[in-house]
Design a protein around this ligand. Structure first.
Ligand SMILES: Cc1cc2nc3c(=O)[nH]c(=O)nc-3n(C[C@H](O)[C@H](O)[C@H](O)COP(=O)(O)OP(=O)(O)OC[C@H]3O[C@@H](n4cnc5c(N)ncnc54)[C@H](O)[C@@H]3O)c2cc1C
Length: 465
């Protein structure tokens, strides 16, 4: 094969693209990855990783501020916003360099530039110098990901009305911030900024914050955020932002009428739009609908030899989903027989404090689906480990099918619950019943005992309540 001929070319090096590339290389393919920015995509550079670095800084600051509760005197702790942002950027850069290393190790070529489907088996790449080159591949995978979604009445100027990229790289800490949208991105930034002293207001269009979560989880987070000083406006909509003066004048429509708020910065956290523009979909005839490329269960588009994965296809826009899709797609291309992804068993995590983790049906959704259910709940206030850690907020709630014991869903809010949800995902994958979980010995003292206890509660056998 000449230099410009590959078995697989991936356009986009996010957790979908780079993981697919590595798996393909493991399976013996010659792989090239076209990337116009730093390797690692949104996840490593502007999403999962840098936000978690900022959240860790906020958490450490909170710990120090409450050191007295643990018998430690600390005076004069101050949050150095610039240093926190610098650390977060360094963590992201380090992760991106890690992908460079993995590419080298797996003999994957990084083709720098903007990639576009040119015709069947051909990708055109425009480099930073404006020159274009054509690369050939038997298979082409689109993994171009997403960007911050813009609402018509909330145009981002990158200074006063910002998206997530600016929110994690501001030069100066704003005194006040209005966060529009309370999904994972919105509540994570709200936690970060509130913890370090910014006055934060959340405006959410729906009746509950973190609206995809079980209602009890949403209510608990709302109570905790309000106690921590975050102002929360639900069933509310930002209709206008006036940035003409020094700060922002924000008009919020609520059930009671219109309210005028003022802040330094508005963070628009209303979801993601997909990067489908200019990548040759129309030219090559790849079908897409409502911003998503249409694919089959192995991520093949309607055009032979063209595949799409990650945020640009239907399904939850999450890094672990993008990676799993990339692996299934590449294994199918290699002639293996991979199991299609079960989209009903995808965990979702939110890394605010307390953390949120969930998988499967909410109580409401299970009832609506016609299940007869057993529900159990165990509060961390009754957990020995949570008491010792000073982290008694939150609970684990589990939902089982009353007839067969199938684990329909689990919803957690509390310290470190994002590390606990994998137990539920594995158990559901193995079709474990509630009774088996109840009889699975969990180590003491751990937060994870709450999963066993919540299950025991569902079967009226709870011990510590
Ligand atoms: C603030 C924030 C926090 C998040 N936190 C989490 C989290 O904690 N957990 C989680 O699971 N998910 C999280 N996500 C979501 C997660 O980042 C995405 O679901 C994931 O990155 C999608 O992966 P992807 O491979 O589809 O695309 P992306 O990661 O978006 O990568 C796409 C890549 O393609 C490149 N590209 C685009 N077009 C072209 C082109 N034409 N030519 C060349 N290159 C191109 C882009 O530069 C980019 O590098 C978060 C997202 C945000 C914004």
């Amino acid at each position: 094969m000449s230099d410009k001929k590959y078995d697989l070319i991936v356009i986009g090096s996010g957790p979908g693209g780079y993981v697919a590339a590595i798996r393909a290389a493991q399976l013996g393919m010659k792989v090239g990855v076209v990337e116009k920015e730093s390797l690692g995509g949104v996840c490593l550079n502007w999403g999962c990783i840098p936000t978690k670095a900022l959240l860790k800084s906020a958490q450490v600051f909170e710990y120090i501020s409450h050191a007295k509760d643990y018998g430690i005197e600390v005076s004069d702790a101050t949050a150095d916003f610039g240093a926190m942002v610098k650390r977060s950027r360094e963590v992201a850069n380090g992760m991106s360099k890690g992908i460079q290393f993995l590419f080298k190790k797996n003999k994957i070529e990084h083709i720098a530039g903007f990639g576009k489907l040119k015709s069947k088996g051909k990708v055109e790449v425009k480099g930073a110098d404006g020159k274009t080159e054509i690369y050939e591949a038997k298979h082409i995978m689109l993994a171009t990901g997403g960007r911050s979604r813009e609402l018509p009445n909330l145009k981002q100027d990158g200074k006063k009305v910002i998206g997530y990229r600016e929110a994690m790289s501001l030069e100066k800490q704003p005194k006040s911030m209005i966060v529009v949208g309370s999904g994972a991105i919105g509540v994570e930034f709200a936690y970060f900024y509130n913890s370090i002293g910014t006055k934060v207001t959340i405006v959410e269009y729906l009746p509950n914050i973190v609206p995809v979560e079980d209602e009890e989880v949403s209510k608990q987070l709302e109570r905790i955020y309000k106690k921590a000083g975050v102002k929360i406006m639900t069933s509310a909509e930002v209709t206008k932002v006036d940035t003409a003066g020094e700060g922002c004048k924000v008009t919020v429509k609520t059930k009671k009428g219109e309210e005028q708020l003022e802040c330094d910065v508005v963070l628009s956290a209303v979801g993601v739009s997909t990067n489908l523009e200019g990548i040759g979909l129309e030219e090559v005839g790849v079908k897409h609908e409502k911003g998503k490329v249409l694919v089959d269960e192995y991520y093949k588009t309607n055009v032979d030899g063209v595949y799409a994965i990650g945020d640009i296809v239907a399904g939850p826009a999450l890094a672990h989903v993008a990676s799993a899709e990339g692996i299934v797609c590449v294994e199918k291309i290699a002639g293996m027989n991979p199991e299609p992804i079960d989209y009903k068993n995808i965990p979702g995590c939110t890394y605010c404090q307390p953390e949120i983790a969930s998988v499967g049906y909410t109580e409401k959704a299970a009832k609506e689906a016609g299940y007869e259910i057993k529900v159990g709940k165990f509060p961390f206030s009754a957990s020995g480990k949570a008491s010792a850690a000073g982290a008694k907020d939150g609970f684990v709630k589990v939902i089982y099918d009353a007839k067969y014991g199938e684990w329909l869903g689990a919803h957690m809010i509390g310290a470190n619950v994002t590390e606990m949800i994998a137990e539920v995902v594995a158990a559901r994958k193995l079709e474990t019943t509630g009774h088996e979980i109840l009889k699975t010995i969990h180590p003491h003292p751990t937060m994870s005992e709450a999963v066993m206890e919540a299950t025991a509660a569902a079967y009226d056998e709870v011990i510590h309540l």
